[in-house]
Write a protein that binds this ligand. Structure first.
Ligand SMILES: Nc1ncnc2c1ncn2[C@@H]1O[C@H](COP(=O)(O)OP(=O)(O)O)[C@@H](O)[C@H]1O
Ligand SMILES: [Mg+2]
Length: 455
């Protein structure tokens, strides 16, 4: 638009409001979360049975009513039905894509992917989740992780040369054909039968493709010469991820032709619900990790919902959280207490993760160290404390005198014990140094002054 027309339009209808300033949730006491403030992530820590799932219903409906798209991670089966019923309540059921065995949805993470290192990064992440290596384990761990990256990268490079595309099932077949010793590499049977041997030969016919040549050398020389322990551990890890990916139910869900893309979630208001919960199976852990990974890579203007997030939090998510904000993703994580997060990712990563939460919500809390931590987060302030001293003095009729002295003392703005006293439906929120009490309605957001969806 030309500047004059622009000026005239603004005079006529007022300055345009930035979408990011639109309110989404009203948490009471004048505390309104806008689209922008929601991109600064929201974390809730509340004991089991004290309202997390109820609160996230209000938050989820807030996203749905405001036409967000997004991803819902699931830990328990009940969360799938639960989210579908929120979609019905907000008449968004047509936008809800449940990716589950026997369903209509397929998402192939390598659809249109042309970079072997991107494919390798995805599978490495899945391997970490599967082998429970979410914690940072020091130097050995870093070495091992680097080796995992190298083998996967080389495998996908050979897959590109051999098949002209990246595909999880084909990569798994190549991997099965690996030679485990220098003697095997020279074995005519192996050379004749192994698809990996054929891929190595194909790579060698393309000396102009440097990456492919290096990959061929890796599987012809480096890997077979690795010591038994390293070779065995890499083979077991990579083998077990591929084993899951090429079997039912993951094969049907994550290979072949995609029925939706991440852009559908990000730009077209679709919401993907992971229909294989984490606690049901290893396949559930992989499915949640895979979709979370792809979503975080692509994400912008959308939401990521994770109730009982200690089960789904991943290294990739922790790395991404700081930048997800730039991508305008509203991340909502809910968990029980610090101990369950520490168990999963360790104390340092937990501090980092929670430090990134722009809005912190604390509900009733039975874990003492978490109550103490919550009080610390909210901080201390100076309060005036009165001390009365009583004494006897001779000059007065009753023989008593009392004096009052006032001094300043640092004290918790909200003492740890307060989190034990909170009732179901009450939370204490912290945002930008402001602290307030929010009440939540069990099923009708906004009723009797509870947290309300702004639309
Ligand atoms: N604001 C509320 N008012 C009344 N009951 C509530 C409220 N929030 C939760 N409840 C009840 O408390 C129980 C546990 O809530 P839930 O949200 O499942 O907790 P969590 O997910 O933390 O385990 C449920 O029976 C729920 O109906
Ligand atoms: Mg719950």
């Amino acid at each position: 638009m030309n500047p004059v027309a622009n000026l005239l339009e603004r005079l006529a209808i007022g300055p345009e409001t930035d979408l990011a300033d639109e309110p989404v949730l009203d948490l009471g006491g004048g505390n309104v979360l806008t689209r922008r403030s929601l991109t600064e992530a929201l974390g809730e820590i509340t004991s089991t049975g004290k309202g997390k799932t109820t609160h996230v219903r209000t938050i989820g409906r807030g996203f749905l009513r405001n036409r967000y798209g997004g991803l819902v991670l699931t830990v328990k089966r009940s969360q799938i039905d639960e989210f579908q019923s929120l979609c019905r309540a907000e008449t968004r059921e047509r936008d809800c894509l449940v990716i589950a065995p026997g369903g209509a949805q397929v998402f192939n993470p390598l659809d249109g992917e042309t970079s072997a290192s991107e494919a390798a990064a995805l599978v490495a992440e899945l391997a970490e989740v599967l082998s429970d290596r979410v914690r940072d384990g020091g130097e050995n761990e870093a070495f091992w992780r680097a080796q995992l990256g190298i083998i996967l990268r080389n495998l996908f490079e050979l897959s590109l040369v051999s098949y002209g595309r990246l595909d999880l099932v084909l990569a798994a077949e190549l991997f099965d054909g690996r030679a485990n010793s220098p003697a095997e590499v020279a074995d005519p049977n192996w050379l004749r039968q192994s698809p990996l041997a054929a891929a190595i030969a194909a790579a060698r016919q393309h000396p102009e493709r440097g990456e492919a040549r290096l990959a061929a050398d890796y599987f012809a020389k480096t890997f077979p010469a690795h010591g038994d322990r390293l070779q065995g551990s890499l083979a077991a890890t990579v083998g077990s991820v591929f084993d899951h990916l090429r079997r039912s139910p993951l094969r049907e869900l994550f290979t072949g032709r995609s029925t939706f893309t991440m852009d559908d979630l990000l730009d077209h208001g679709k919401v993907c619900v992971v229909g294989l919960p984490v606690l049901d199976s290893a396949a559930g852990r992989i499915a949640n990790a895979l979709l979370q990974y792809c979503f975080c890579r692509a994400a912008h203007y959308s939401f990521l919902l994770s109730d009982e997030c200690q089960e789904t939090v991943s290294r990739e998510l922790m790395r991404k959280l700081a930048v997800l904000r730039e991508f305008k993703v509203s991340t909502v994580l809910l968990t029980q207490n610090l101990a369950v997060l520490d168990e999963r990712i360790g104390e340092t990563a937990r501090e980092g993760l929670l430090g990134l939460m722009g809005t912190k919500i604390f509900g009733p809390q039975g874990h003492a160290a978490t109550r103490q931590w919550a009080a610390e987060q909210i901080g201390k302030r100076k309060v005036a404390v009165e001390t009365k001293t009583k004494g006897r003095s001779s000059g007065q009729s009753d023989g008593h005198s009392s004096s009052t002295s006032v001094h300043q003392q640092w004290d918790y703005r909200v003492p740890p014990s307060r989190f034990a006293e909170l009732q179901i439906g009450e939370t204490i929120c912290l945002r930008d140094g402001k602290v307030w009490l929010t009440r939540w309605h069990k099923d009708t957001p906004g009723k009797r002054g509870t947290a309300r969806i702004v639309d």
